[in-house]
Design a protein around this ligand. Structure first.
Ligand code: UT7
Length: 323
């Protein structure tokens, strides 16, 4: 059977780093509160000339270089983002143009923080369905543009950045030992819209709006939703928590990550954490964390890697990949 195998990975972060202490003169907060409640120590914030498209392009170029490929080798770009450069056209098409691609096709996916998990699942279906041989899957965000910088309960939590994977069609035996995407489970439930949303948009206010979140409410649902969807992936693939080599969760809050890993029975040393360095970068958080763990040699070819995310909508999902 056809499998979607990871051929390359890359990342890109804005030049500017903003430390927790940098908020202390702006809103009533402290490095101590932010670090204790979230695990975040710093985040990258995009300058005016750094956009979702430019960061996405840089991550895509890094992933292509890592794969030993050029844009000519790519059939499809799927970009997960909730902070596009323009309402339309899709920012993925802008990235396609920046890469000099005059063939193939590109589209954006909007599932907020779960966007990358949705995009990998979608790319896998295009590959297995025979519509594409090589897909660039990108998560790129500039959440700094939609933050209310006077709201301490949200502005300290998010950051900007991008990560990308090249997925490639390869023949597999159809077993759990195959490399590539092995199982996926996606969920959404619009009942929870008001707990995490942006209070503007083209069809309602005609403005971009600002991110609004009832953090405690999101927290209350997060661990249960994350672990449910992971259990679904485990049973699909016939694996257990003990079989997982690396758990790469969405990076929103260290306490959510720890509680999820504990509930699933995944050992601390198998959990990849970058929330301290990047904050919550929404659809970019999973590929940024993956990229860090591949770059430092933790994730190696053949490892069983569990990806997970949960966010606005609510949306949530998990993907199991053999690297
Ligand atoms: O990526 C999408 C998914 N999003 C998430 O997963 C986020 C989920 N939620 C969270 O991570 C946490 O709920 C937060 C980090 C947002 C908040 O942590 P918490 O432990 O749930 O705190 P809280 O909202 O219950 O607030 C505790 C106190 C409040 O004061 P009172 O009412 O106890 O007097 C807040 O006003 O902390 C206050 N507070 C702050 N204090 C200092 C809220 N934000 C800040 C701040 N600095 N930045």
């Amino acid at each position: 059977m056809i499998r979607s195998v990871v051929r390359g990975i890359g990342a890109s972060l804005p030049r500017r780093i903003m430390k927790n202490a940098d908020f202390e003169g702006m809103v009533e907060t402290s490095d101590e509160w932010i670090a204790q409640r979230t695990g975040i120590r710093q985040r990258h914030i995009a300058a005016d000339d750094e956009t979702t498209a430019s960061l996405g392009e840089a991550a895509a170029r890094a992933a292509l270089a890592n794969a030993g490929l050029t844009p000519d080798d790519i059939d499809l770009i799927v970009l997960a983002t909730s902070t596009p450069n323009n309402t339309f056209p899709a920012t993925s098409v802008e990235i396609q143009n920046r890469l000099g691609m005059r063939h193939g096709f590109a589209f954006d996916m909007q599932a907020v923080c779960s966007g990358f998990v949705y995009a990998v699942t979608t790319a896998d279906l295009y590959i297995r369905g025979g519509l594409a041989k090589r897909v660039l899957v990108i998560g790129s965000e500039t959440f700094s543009r939609i933050l209310d910088w006077s709201d301490r309960s949200t502005c300290v939590l998010f950051g900007d950045g991008a990560g990308a994977l090249v997925l490639e069609a390869a023949e597999g035996a159809g077993s759990i030992d195959d490399r590539g995407v092995l199982a996926a489970s996606l969920r959404s439930d619009g009942e929870h819209k008001e707990k995490l949303f942006v209070d503007g948009g083209p069809s309602t206010t005609g403005t971009i709006g600002h991110l609004r979140m009832e953090g405690r409410e999101v927290f209350k649902h997060a661990v249960g939703m994350i672990t449910d969807v992971i259990e679904a992936v485990f049973s699909q693939a016939g694996v257990t928590a003990q079989d997982i080599d690396w758990f790469v969760p969405h990076q929103a809050n260290k306490r959510i990550i720890d509680a999820s890993a504990k509930k699933l029975g995944i050992a601390d040393e198998k959990v990849v954490v970058t929330v301290n360095l990047h904050g919550n970068t929404s659809a970019a958080s999973v590929p940024l964390a993956l990229s860090a763990a591949v770059a430092d040699g933790r994730i190696k070819r053949g490892d069983l890697v569990l990806l997970e995310a949960m966010g606005g909508g609510f949306t949530w999902g998990a993907v199991l990949v053999r690297w």
